[in-house]
Design a binder for this molecule. Structure first.
Ligand code: AMP
Ligand code: ZN
Length: 118
């Protein structure tokens, strides 16, 4: 499996760095964001190292479908019965800080609009 030994999310996925994990399977790990922006703030992270949406190829189609279909299940488990927000930051211009693809799953508070600052 393709991983990057310098990548913080690869290390979390491998159990080499701690996280508060809420779900894991063969393809993904899901853990709490260390700096939550909402009462529920999870990160859905593939086990393989993919930098961002910009690096996806058709090889990742099944993985991305798996992650998308997991989101509403996770939201339900977290008690987000009236909805949730998903965010994917891509590249520096998109505010990406950790360069290992991840989906933010947020909810449980008041969320308005699309949340763009600048
Ligand atoms: P971004 O790359 O901007 O989409 O967001 C990276 C996210 O990772 C931020 O919300 C951080 O709070 C979060 N984060 C960074 N390091 C950790 C960590 N060790 N455990 C959990 N979340 C983290
Ligand atoms: Zn990685």
């Amino acid at each position: 499996m393709s991983t990057d030994s310098n990548c913080i999310f690869c290390k979390i996925a491998a159990g080499e760095l701690p996280s508060t994990q809420v779900y894991s399977d063969e393809h993904v790990v899901v853990f709490k964001d260390i700096s939550p922006k909402a009462p529920v703030h999870l990160l859905v992270v593939p086990r393989i190292h993919v930098v961002s949406l910009a690096e996806l190829t058709s090889e990742h189609d099944a993985l991305m479908a798996h992650m998308m279909r997991l989101l509403p299940k996770l939201a339900e488990e977290q008690g987000l019965t009236d909805g949730f927000r998903t965010v994917i930051n891509t590249g520096v211009g998109g505010g990406q800080v950790v360069f290992h693809l991840h989906i933010h799953l947020l909810g449980g508070g008041e969320l308005h609009g699309a949340g763009f600052v600048g």
